[in-house]
Design a protein around this ligand. Structure first.
Ligand code: ADP
Ligand code: MG
Length: 335
């Protein structure tokens, strides 16, 4: 059964920046979807839109159906319930999301009190249980956020996200601010928790390798669009869109010394959403662009079964392919 269905999602910030442009996604119960892309590609905007958490003034179009409910049209009371029990978000900076003057146990208990109308004693007990589930002693409930390490605070954020037993967890760069060792622990914890309860997971990261490890499917975003979509390992190991190829090549592969010693990047930056290039938005940075790419926009095309990419070189009729085909991942022309 479909847990989340996103159709033609558009988000425009005040001032005209089109941060998300026509995104389609769907996620089954218990499925894990990774969303990758450089900073500024619209990943967080997409995540916030899913629960209507965007700042006032942002315009949202399209359709978001979570567990059969239309998120964009539902009433406020229903939305509040959905934000805890339907889906919850783990943000990147736990220090900014936790209240510094309240004990962490109280902060975990708060949604349980509000949403489940539990007694104070029940909420306290559940908060302790949640702390233990994320690998902290229940007695840490009396600690204040500043008394915890970054990794421990991120564990508290995960406990809060689990408090009302949601069906979907959205993790927006949950480990980006952490040390490498702690990063791996937190990723394993998220994997374990979503696996145990068959939760849906949307994991956002700029690190394709992390996503390929954790997720079933992978969507690569560029300038507000999904430019590649498919099974996670296949996208990571054999990307079809030149942007996804560059992103994949930028991260070292375990066991591949050549990629470790020669990290490859991509020149330039993603475009400002208020000033998008004409045609295919990736063409100014694309090593395999054709003359037509400056005028013809690209949306997802079928590359093969269960794989899509928004590139003229992908799945196009033979007569359209007048230039060189894109190189495969690991053999990217950016050096
Ligand atoms: P990502 O999470 O992939 O780094 P974001 O969703 O944060 O990307 O940002 C996408 C684009 O939207 C960026 O160009 C960013 O500058 C712009 N943006 C993000 N938040 C706002 C906002 N509140 N107002 C105006 N523009 C914004
Ligand atoms: Mg972000």
């Amino acid at each position: 059964m479909t847990l989340l269905e996103v159709r033609d999602l558009e988000v425009t910030y005040p001032g005209g920046a089109a941060a998300v442009r026509g995104v389609d996604l769907s996620l089954g119960a218990g499925q894990k979807l990774g969303i990758a892309g450089e900073s500024g590609c619209g990943k967080s905007t997409l995540a916030l839109a899913l629960l209507r958490l965007l700042p006032a003034g942002a315009r949202v179009g399209g359709r978001i159906v979570l567990d059969g409910d239309d998120v964009l049209t539902m009433r406020w009371g229903r939305l509040r319930a959905v934000r805890w029990a339907g889906a919850s978000i783990v943000f990147q900076g736990a220090m900014h999301s936790l209240n510094p003057v309240h004990r962490i146990g109280e902060q975990i208990a708060e949604p349980i009190l509000l949403h489940d109308r539990a007694s104070a004693a029940t909420a306290r007990r559940r908060a302790g249980e949640l702390l233990e589930r994320v690998g902290l002693p229940a007695a840490r409930a009396s600690a204040y956020p500043h008394e915890l390490s970054g990794g421990q605070r991120q564990r508290v954020m995960i406990a809060m996200a689990l408090a009302c037993a949601p069906r979907l967890i959205i993790a927006d760069e949950p480990t980006t601010a952490l040390d490498v060792m702690v990063q791996a622990q937190i990723l394993r914890l998220i994997e374990q928790l979503v696996g145990e309860q068959n939760l849906g997971l949307i994991m956002i990261s700029h690190d394709l390798a992390v996503l390929a490890d954790t997720c079933d499917r992978l969507a690569v975003m560029y300038a507000g669009r999904v430019v590649e979509l498919g099974p996670a390992r296949a996208v990571y190991e054999d990307a079809r869109h030149p942007y996804a190829q560059a992103l994949s090549a930028a991260f070292p592969r375990i066991g591949d010394p050549s990629s470790r010693f020669a990290p490859r990047g991509l020149p330039g930056d993603p475009p400002d959403p208020a000033e998008l290039p004409s045609g295919c938005v990736f063409h100014p940075r694309c090593p395999v662009s054709l003359p037509g790419c400056t005028t013809t926009d690209q949306t997802l095309r079928t590359a093969e079964e269960d794989r899509w990419a928004a590139c003229v070189h992908v799945g196009a009729p033979e007569e359209e392919r007048t230039g060189p085909p894109p190189k495969t991942a690991g053999n990217t022309p950016w050096t």
